[in-house]
Design a protein around this ligand. Structure first.
Ligand code: SAM
Length: 455
């Protein structure tokens, strides 16, 4: 079959034959299962195919637990990896009629076509055909038979579900349900250039439906390529989740520089520079932006250039003080430090559906050790009366609440100021009541604002 196959939702690419997209999705899924991130796996996909393949791959990753459970019922012995990935791709895309991008019979037909046309799966094409046609015949019974398996029900690894139940006994189901949703495109309005209300008016004039989420955050009800976002190229807006946009105003809060000089700030884990730029948009400040990854430091430069902002950007390990401190020849203390520490990213699963399948439970402990080291090494660099904002985009308490409890127990010169703590991810739906703080769509984050006693 060479003709394209119309998708039911219109969100998926129609210009390329579906079998070819399924082939690419299955290969990317096999790569993710072998440890590659979805971003890396998608780099191998020709650019014309990539947006459609990414949309399908993300859908598959959101429902992979259910698809794997169905595959085990259909074929108790593991097929070779690419054949297994193709079977799981078709099942993940089609099992839930409510939001399946294509009819199941179309998916079956095209998955078998993909199997026949791929040398690695050609020998299994009859087997794939038999499995999927059985699914078409016995769909209801098979879904019913797998429904009570936790991984099928919640589409996360078992250890992740258990950890969430333990950490958030009241909210674990809400978190898992939210993780199955698609995050919107959220923008940060650059208040050096315009206001939220003026920007909303600009969007409305172009027929773009948007919602103010509080602070500088504006959410688009329909995502669009970044180059089509009004004002993006000119630095009027940036793309940043509303939860991430809490960092800069929290740190800046009541922070004032002594003796009328600009604020001296450190963004210790800064790349790609979203929070660095937000700090600079909101305050007159001298900012040192560090990141251990030189390639990611390039992204900081690019973002600052687009926004016409300036910071001292250094590629360095924040723990190795001799590498990047003193600043300007002097070991001056900072008024404020933002420590957006490396973490499991368990709070941003809506945007990165591969994360849950890539992490291992042991990653939590290993990252917590790095977070604790960064905290204890950077704390002495805060001036008395200054502040350090610790944050992670994780919902696991070992990377948030427990980390800060341990820190406070060992650092009697630190005071915890009013802070959001663990933010549970939420996805806005049209018609939801606006919550008190105005924010109703954000990724999962943890925030703790620490102040150093002045005496
Ligand atoms: C959560 S991301 C930061 C996101 C960034 N703050 C923003 O808002 O755009 C964490 C960053 O920490 C960096 N990182 C990890 N270990 C580090 C270390 N020891 N020193 C400095 N940066 C580090 C990673 O390269 C990564 O870019």
């Amino acid at each position: 079959m060479t003709a394209s196959t119309g998708s039911r939702t219109g969100d998926y690419a129609d210009a390329v034959p579906l079998w070819q997209q399924l082939q690419a999705v299955a290969q990317a899924l096999a790569d993710v299962r072998a440890g590659a991130s979805a971003t890396t796996a998608l780099e191998a996909v020709p650019s014309a195919l990539r947006p459609g393949v990414q949309a399908l791959l993300f859908h598959v990753l959101r429902w992979l637990g259910q698809a794997e459970a169905l595959r085990r019922k259909l074929a108790p012995r593991n097929p070779p990896p690419v054949a297994d990935a193709l079977l799981c791709t078709a099942l993940a895309l089609g099992w839930r009629e409510a939001d399946a991008p294509y009819e199941m019979f179309t998916l079956v037909d095209q998955a078998v076509e993909a199997a026949k046309r791929t040398p690695a799966t050609r020998p299994q094409s009859a087997f794939i055909n038999a499995c999927l046609r059985r699914f078409l015949r016995e769909r209801e019974a098979l879904v019913e038979a797998t429904a009570r398996e936790p991984m099928a029900q919640w589409n996360h690894p078992r250890w992740w579900i258990d950890r969430l139940r333990q950490d958030h006994p009241r909210h674990w189901q809400e978190i898992l349900r939210t993780n199955a949703t698609q995050a919107p495109m959220t923008l940060r309005v650059n208040e050096r250039q315009t206001t939220v209300s003026d920007y909303l008016a600009r969007l409305a004039a172009q027929g773009i439906d948007a919602l103010a989420l509080g602070g500088q955050a504006v959410m688009l009800w329909q995502a669009r390529p970044v180059q089509d976002v009004p004002g993006f190229a000119d630095g009027v807006v940036s793309v940043q989740d509303a939860g991430a946009q809490l960092a800069a105003p929290l740190l800046l809060g009541e922070l004032t520089p002594p003796q009328g000089r600009p604020l001296r700030l450190l963004d210790a884990c800064a790349a790609p520079g979203g929070k660095t730029a937000h700090l600079l948009e909101l305050a007159e400040a001298e900012v040192t932006a560090l990141d251990i990854d030189p390639k990611r430091c390039e992204r900081i430069h690019q973002n600052l250039e687009r926004l016409q902002l300036q910071a001292r950007v250094v590629a360095a390990d924040a723990r190795d003080l001799d590498q990047w401190w003193p600043v300007n020849g002097q070991r001056e203390l900072f008024d404020g430090i933002l420590l957006d520490a490396p973490c499991t990213a368990s709070g941003i699963v809506r945007r990165h559906p591969d994360v849950r399948w890539l992490r291992r439970e042991s990653d939590i402990g290993q990252l917590a050790v790095i977070q604790a080291a960064l905290l204890s090494l950077l704390w002495p660099l805060v001036r008395p009366g200054g502040r350090l904002l610790y944050c992670t985009c994780s919902v696991f308490k070992a990377e948030g609440e427990q980390q800060i409890q341990t820190f406070l127990a060992h650092n009697t010169d630190a005071v915890l100021r009013p802070s959001p703590g663990h933010l549970i991810p939420r996805t806005a739906r049209k018609g939801d009541a606006v919550r008190d703080n105005g924010h109703r769509d954000f990724d999962g984050f943890f925030y703790a604002l620490l102040e150093k006693r002045a005496d």
